[in-house]
Write a protein that binds this ligand. Structure first.
Ligand code: RNT
Ligand code: ZN
Length: 424
């Protein structure tokens, strides 16, 4: 068992931390109040290695690969919801769920072009009962018609039409979520389309993709119910040489059309950070979607850790006063560790990075910068790393009635013993 610190100790530590932060002009109570209002969109697909519950036996494809065989993967929608409930109970605050089309509820085979709100009514009931907003994604991979590696940009018009129809049906499900739950659903389109080896024609697939997207977004939906987003990638497994939906392609498309851009932090060059893109994109777009992830070598989807990359992203959101304009979604999947722990560790890290950003002495840093005192800016930035942030985070967890420190692992171990092991 992990020994939990006493409430009195947590409070004492918080009071000391509060004073230290006040010395640099930061109000810790205000930071915690803001943190409480931030709802992160946790992705359902960490719970079952992007498998989904379609009544058909399709393997993973489209460059998506989950490695590892940790026992206890969710086998049914009920398993997944149960696991999600456990995860949310260990994360402070109130958060959203990001669903993929393959997570429908059905007892017969439903073609992706035939998905209807009724297939997701169970999710809406669950979301209502637990006060979660829902986001959505068409699933344009793991399907025989995506096996060529091409979907919306496929040279065959019939195959393109299939995926257009699937994405259009997905937007209507997004609108259903948004209307039912009274919070707009962000429906994000990601496709795997690209070539393993050097293409002879980079232009035509992009022209086809644009035409397909225009057809998908032709139907006007109420933005209070559904917001559309498009997600780029630099390369993927099997699309190492060329990706149709590149960053420039979608940046241009999002600006020219009424859709949001999605920046996935695992989809750029290794030393390129999406943090620096946020303030540029938000010059020209009202809102932005993030897929917060962690790239490691060739993989773009490791569980996020509290590193400089993650902190830089959250700093940009807070420094730019963008909390109401950025939809923060997570996108990672690891099948080699307890899947519920992966959700909890990753989502808590996103929140910890947000809290660190909220506790930054922004005014003071900006003043130094504007006066040209870059020495003091560097000194304060580095001093900030040693501030008692952990005491503020622990206090927040206590306030929100979730375990402090590693305490959540006790609950996860018990859940593993009582529930996951019997899933085999
Ligand atoms: C893939 C994209 C995409 C997926 C999910 C499952 O590279 O990041 O967002 O991870 O849709
Ligand atoms: Zn993504």
């Amino acid at each position: 068992m992990t020994r939990q610190p006493s409430e009195a100790h947590l409070e004492q530590a918080y009071m000391l931390a509060k004073e230290r932060y006040a010395d640099v002009g930061v109000d810790t109570d205000a930071a915690l109040k803001t943190l409480e209002t931030i709802s992160i969109s946790m992705h359902c697909w960490q719970g079952d290695d992007v498998g989904g519950f379609e009544n058909a036996a399709y393997g993973l494809s489209g460059g998506i690969m989950a490695t590892g065989n940790y026992p206890g993967k969710a086998r049914t929608v009920d398993d997944l919801r149960h696991d999600l409930d456990k995860a949310y109970s260990l994360i402070p605050g109130n958060h959203r769920l990001n669903l993929h089309a393959i997570y429908l509820e059905t007892d017969r085979k439903v073609e992706r072009i035939d998905i209807q709100p009724e297939h997701f009514a169970g999710w809406v009931d669950w979301a209502k009962a637990n006060n979660h907003g829902l986001d959505f994604n068409p699933t344009c991979f793991s399907h025989p018609l995506a096996d060529s590696g091409f979907t919306l940009a496929h040279p065959d018009p019939a195959i393109r039409q299939y995926w257009i129809d699937h994405c259009a049906a997905s937007r209507r499900i997004g609108a259903y979520f948004g209307e039912a739950l009274r919070t707009p659903c962000v429906t994000n389109v990601w496709i795997p389309d690209g070539y393993k080896d050097t293409p002879a024609d980079r232009k035509s697939p992009r022209e086809r993709l644009k035409t397909s997207l225009d057809a998908i977004f032709a139907e006007k939906l109420n933005p209070q119910h559904n917001l559309d987003a498009v997600e780029s990638k630099l390369f993927g497994l099997g699309s190492e040489s060329y990706v149709v939906g590149s960053h420039e392609f979608y940046l241009g498309y999002a600006i020219a059309n009424n859709v949001l851009l999605c920046l996935d932090s695992g989809h750029y060059h290794p030393t390129e950070s999406i943090a620096d893109k946020i303030s540029s994109v938000l010059m020209y777009k009202d809102e932005l979607l993030l897929h917060v992830s962690r790239g490691v070598r060739w993989d773009s989807d490791h569980v996020i850790v509290l590193n400089d990359d993650l902190q830089a992203i959250m700093q940009e959101i807070v420094r730019g006063d963008y909390l109401h304009r950025v939809h923060i979604g997570l996108d990672f999947f690891d099948a080699s560790i307890n899947r519920i722990a992966a959700w909890v560790i990753g989502t808590r890290n996103a929140l910890r990075a947000l809290l660190l950003a909220l506790l930054e002495p922004r005014e003071r840093l900006r003043q130094y910068e504007n006066y040209g005192d870059f020495t003091a800016r560097l000194a304060l930035l580095e001093a900030t790393r040693g501030m008692p942030f952990g005491a503020v985070w622990d206090y927040y967890c206590m306030q929100q009635d979730v375990p402090v420190g590693m305490g959540f692992m006790d609950e996860i171990r018990a859940y593993e013993r009582d529930i996951l092991v019997s899933r085999g």
